[in-house]
Design a protein around this ligand. Structure first.
Ligand SMILES: [Zn+2]
Length: 129
């Protein structure tokens, strides 16, 4: 996809629901859950690089899971009490799009599980030489 296409691209209704209205896609519905290709995961709204494949792992949760963001400040956090107990909400540090939540039952080295909605991400495959 060229840069120009990208700018013209509109986000889907699902992506709007998740990123702007703090929605959650159904487990195992996302196209990136099983994705194991090398590449970068960027914000569907602003294109900011959020995660890459080296931190992705199969958590069995039905959502793409990462043990760390691309850079510490790629994402920002807020407290979410929506379902009665505290969850740490993860959003894009650049445009504030809601991405998912972070839990402390992930693998080492961080022990964190970033549980992220597929529709909040765009995947950019690594260029093959
Ligand atoms: Zn963003």
């Amino acid at each position: 996809m060229s840069k120009q296409d990208k700018e013209k691209k509109q986000i889907s209704a699902e992506a709007y629901y998740v990123t702007q209205q703090h929605g959650t896609e159904p487990a195992f519905s996302g196209n990136l859950n099983d994705n194991k290709e090398p590449g970068e995961y960027v914000c569907v709204c602003c294109g900011s690089k959020l995660f890459d494949h080296t931190a992705k792992y199969d958590s069995g949760s039905g959502w793409p899971s990462f043990y760390k963001p691309f850079e510490k400040n790629s994402v920002a956090y807020s407290d979410d009490y929506e379902i009665g107990y505290l969850r740490k909400e993860v959003h894009c540090s650049k445009c504030s799009a809601h991405l998912g939540h972070v839990f402390d039952d992930g693998p080492q080295p961080t022990g964190l599980r970033y549980c992220i909605n597929s529709v909040a991400l765009d995947f950019i495959p690594e260029e093959k030489e």
